[in-house]
Design a protein around this ligand. Structure first.
Ligand code: ZN
Length: 464
């Protein structure tokens, strides 16, 4: 299916409106998502923003677009240095450990690996060049502890935060930093301190500030005017504002569109480490079906806050069971986990259309999922009424559309070995011949092998 301009409408943080995603190059989408700082286990908030943008990425692929998705790893920063010092390790050692933890959690969540994973430490030369250009342009200045960007020189600073410079300045924390011209000015470069990793630069040895790496890496890998820059709500200000400020100060358009996903709530408070409601994603994934968190995210709009508790996860697991049961009932083949392209499948057209329309309307996943939940009931009802063909068509469509969200059903059929299938066929035969005692004996044998035996539409239905 070819991409029609303006097909996907997405909320743009810059304009505050839902507008068509106008692409730099029709047919292909370039996306930059800020990745993790690897100094600890990923938390639930990380899981949510990653799932939201993975759902978007998969939906664009499903719609027939080619997508280039870049997401960085911040492998040098204060937290990494602190942890390394505390544990008597090197910074690269700490970063490598938690990058591995990150990708292991992502794999469990079926999050597609980015097409490129730039590491901050690989781009320091380019960052130094950018800072030199900002100094030359007179928008940055040096202090005894580094180089700062003077935000007063950026005409529309505050656009992403949705507040003008004056009100941001009034709300800024006053720091005891005599050399900074404004509390909003931010560090592009941190001068060398004893015991910290350093890189050479014409303006003095040191290390890059966080806001500089994403500007450099996104423009380097995706080019000027790339399509979409995304991240969690917490990155909107100051991180994204400051990324954008550097690009704009040098005359770049930067990206065409900004997307931000909502908070994760624990109780009534937003998730953050400073509130001490840190719950690791690694813990959640070791105690629940990894698909449940994705389903929970899908059931809520990506810009709304999401409450993650034991109850909401358990409810998502129950919903998954109902979906898996449908896959078993209709003996659907499991999908591989790879991105689904809708045009590769024969689908129920009405269902596909309703689903895609909801997705294209600012990723209305709750509505899209609701159409699928209704279709599951319709598929079961059709089969109960003897219309197996209609039931099967709906069930297959549901499974493929769920696959386009990255939710892959498990029919459990591959768990059933040949011996059990043979016994099930013998039992069907016995029942056809009204040999009930033999059918019961075979049921007992199957149960002894660890199967749950159900009668569905005149056939023995096995699951584990
Ligand atoms: Zn970033």
């Amino acid at each position: 299916m070819a991409y029609r301009r303006g097909m996907l409408r997405l909320h743009d943080t810059l304009t505050g409106t839902v507008s068509p995603l106008e692409l730099r190059e029709p047919g292909s989408v370039t996306i930059y998502a800020c990745g993790p700082t690897v100094y600890d286990l990923p938390h639930l908030g990380h899981g949510r923003y990653v799932l939201v943008w993975d759902v978007l990425r998969r939906h664009l692929i499903a719609s027939g677009l080619s997508v280039r998705f870049v997401s960085n790893i911040t492998d040098i920063d204060d937290h990494i240095i602190e942890r390394a010092a505390q544990e008597g390790r090197t910074e690269p050692d700490v970063a490598a450990e938690f990058e591995q933890e990150w990708f292991s959690a992502m794999a469990k969540l079926s999050v597609l690996r980015p097409d490129a994973v730039p590491h901050a430490t690989e781009f320091v030369v380019q960052m130094v060049e950018l800072i030199e250009r900002l100094l030359d342009a007179g928008v940055a200045y040096q202090t005894s502890d580094g180089v700062y960007l003077e935000v007063a020189h950026v005409a529309d600073y505050g656009l992403l935060a949705g507040q003008p410079l004056e009100s941001l300045r009034a709300g800024a924390r006053i720091e005891a930093h005599a050399e900074k011209k404004s509390p909003l000015d931010f560090a592009l470069w941190k001068a060398a301190k004893p015991g910290e990793p350093v890189w050479d630069a014409s303006f003095g040895a040191g290390r890059p500030g966080w806001h500089t790496e994403c500007v450099v890496m996104s423009l380097d890998l995706l080019g000027e005017g790339f399509d979409l820059h995304v991240g969690g709500q917490d990155l909107k200000f100051p991180h994204h504002e400051n990324e954008r400020a550097q690009a704009v100060a040098l005359g770049h358009t930067f990206c065409r569109h900004w997307g931000h996903s909502g908070w994760v709530m624990v109780g009534n408070e937003k998730m953050s480490k400073s509130l001490k409601n840190f719950t690791s994603l690694t813990d959640l994934l070791s105690t629940s079906d990894a698909r449940a968190y994705r389903l929970l995210c899908v059931q809520s709009h990506y810009r709304a806050p999401l409450e993650v508790t034991g109850e909401t996860i358990a409810a998502a697991e129950v919903a998954l069971q109902r979906l898996d049961n449908m896959a078993r009932r209709f003996r659907l083949d499991d999908l591989s986990g790879e991105p689904v392209v809708l045009s590769d499948f024969e689908l129920d057209e009405t269902l596909r259309q309703g689903f895609v329309e909801a997705m294209d309307d600012d990723l209305d996943t709750p509505k899209a999922f609701a159409t699928l939940a209704t279709a599951v009931s319709a598929a079961n009802a059709a089969a109960d009424d003897g219309d197996e063909a209609r039931g099967l068509r709906l069930a297959k469509t549901v499974a493929v559309l769920l696959g386009s969200l990255g939710i892959f059903l498990k029919s459990g059929l591959s768990d059933i070995d040949v011996a059990a299938s043979t016994l099930a066929s013998q039992r069907d035969e016995a029942r056809k011949n009204k040999n009930w005692s033999e059918a019961d004996r075979l049921r007992g044998e199957l149960e002894a092998l660890g199967y749950t035996v159900e009668d569905r539409a005149g056939e023995t239905f096995l699951s584990r």
